[in-house]
Ligand binder design. Structure first.
Ligand SMILES: Cc1cc2nc3c(=O)[nH]c(=O)nc-3n(C[C@H](O)[C@H](O)[C@H](O)COP(=O)(O)OP(=O)(O)OC[C@H]3O[C@@H](n4cnc5c(N)ncnc54)[C@H](O)[C@@H]3O)c2cc1C
Length: 343
């Protein structure tokens, strides 16, 4: 089998890329190893400026014009006229994006894992039948997340990683909260993100400052102090790649987490995945496509990475930075959208 563009991975990045290519009448095949599109370890928070233009509003489970930020020294409430963040269910988001891509003409095959990448072809295995197949392509898009095979094929190790741990527990809460505490979470944070009938409780930290075990221990003790007993619930954790080393490698593209485009500061990765997916598609269609949007996204990503580097240097500096940023948010001198990946 031969396709013009082969996309590995049906996350938000791969699906946005597929829809954009198919709308331009490019023959596009997406291969996804999971049998169901969408489910992913994630808090499901989407910054509003990113959501409005990219994702149908009706997918929002809850939206929050008020944010609550806690540090060891401050309790801050930020209120805007319009929502700052919304929560989405990743399965519903995935299903909606897959529908759009297929309506535009893309083919999506699930339960198919890419095992080997060759120069202009991949060897894949159908997980149900066990059958192997070779598929050749003109262009390859690595949308295969933070442990990307395509990235390894390009010889690019991922050294800068964040760790996200999530518990999705039943509940109907109203308040979205961010808890910054260097002693517990290094230069990361813990969150409480309410969904329609569940709540995402979790923590994010740069791998250099907190290992997975240490982060989980901190998360459990912090959650207990907030009245959440998580011991009987299932923790799910994944790395978030923020080691960006390029996205356009001629006939091969990397997007989203595979490219390391998630924010190292906040772990926000849905928006950069969607935008980089669309921009990679437009570049495949026209090599002279204007790179402004990608350049702005990369600029924003660099800013976040610099802040991570600075705050990882020592605990005191990190605590000071966290208090200063929170103070800035409280006084209105720092706008919340400065911390978003939306460009
Ligand atoms: C705990 C946690 C909380 C998070 N919370 C948020 C949040 O609130 N907001 C936010 O914006 N971001 C959040 N993120 C980050 C976000 O989930 C990712 O950045 C985003 O999903 C990246 O999208 P993607 O399309 O690049 O990759 P992914 O969503 O990871 O999709 C990659 C796809 O590729 C498939 N795949 C991989 N290898 C193969 C292969 N060999 N063959 C076939 N298929 C393959 C995978 O099965 C997967 O479906 C969080 C992450 C974690 C871990």
């Amino acid at each position: 089998m031969h396709v013009h563009t082969l996309i590995i991975g049906a996350g938000p990045g791969g699906l946005a890329c597929a829809r954009t290519l198919a709308e331009k009448k490019i023959s596009t095949l997406v291969l996804e190893r999971k049998k169901i599109i969408g489910p992913k370890v994630c808090a499901g928070g989407i910054t509003w400026s990113g959501l409005i233009s990219r994702v149908p509003e009706e997918l929002a489970e809850k939206s929050f014009p008020i944010q609550h930020i806690r540090t060891p020294w401050q309790k801050v409430r930020i209120a805007e006229q319009t929502p700052i963040i919304a929560t989405v269910n990743r399965e519903k988001l995935g299903q909606q994006m897959a529908r759009q891509a297929m309506e535009a003409g893309a083919i999506i095959r699930t339960g198919v894992i890419v095992r080997t990448i060759k120069k202009r072809a991949v060897l894949v295995q159908d997980r149900t039948s066990g059958k192997n197949e070779e598929i050749s392509f003109d262009y390859l898009v690595g949308a295969d997340g933070s442990s990307s095979l395509v990235r390894r094929h390009l010889g690019l190790p991922s050294r800068r990683l964040g760790i996200g741990i999530n518990y999705q527990i039943p509940g109907n809460l109203k308040q979205m909260e961010w808890h910054l505490n260097n002693r517990l979470f290094g230069n990361g944070y813990a969150w409480i993100f309410p969904h329609s009938d569940t709540v995402s409780i979790g923590a994010y930290a740069d791998k250099e400052t907190r290992g997975p075990t240490e982060l989980k221990t901190s998360l459990l003790s912090w959650a207990a102090s907030q009245g959440f007993e998580l011991d009987n619930h299932r923790a799910r954790a994944e790395y978030i790649n923020y080691d960006f080393q390029g996205w356009n490698f001629g006939h091969t593209f990397l997007i989203g987490d595979a490219a390391g485009l998630a924010s190292g500061l906040t772990g926000e990765g849905i928006y950069p995945a969607i935008v980089s997916g669309e921009q990679a598609a437009l570049t495949i269609v026209d090599q002279n496509h204007n790179r402004n949007i990608m350049d702005r996204l990369i600029g924003k990503h660099d800013q976040h990475s610099r802040m991570v580097k600075l705050s990882a240097k020592n605990g005191f500096l990190n605590s000071l930075l966290a208090e200063l940023v929170t103070l800035g948010l409280r006084s209105g001198m720092v706008k919340f959208n400065k911390l978003e990946m939306a460009v």
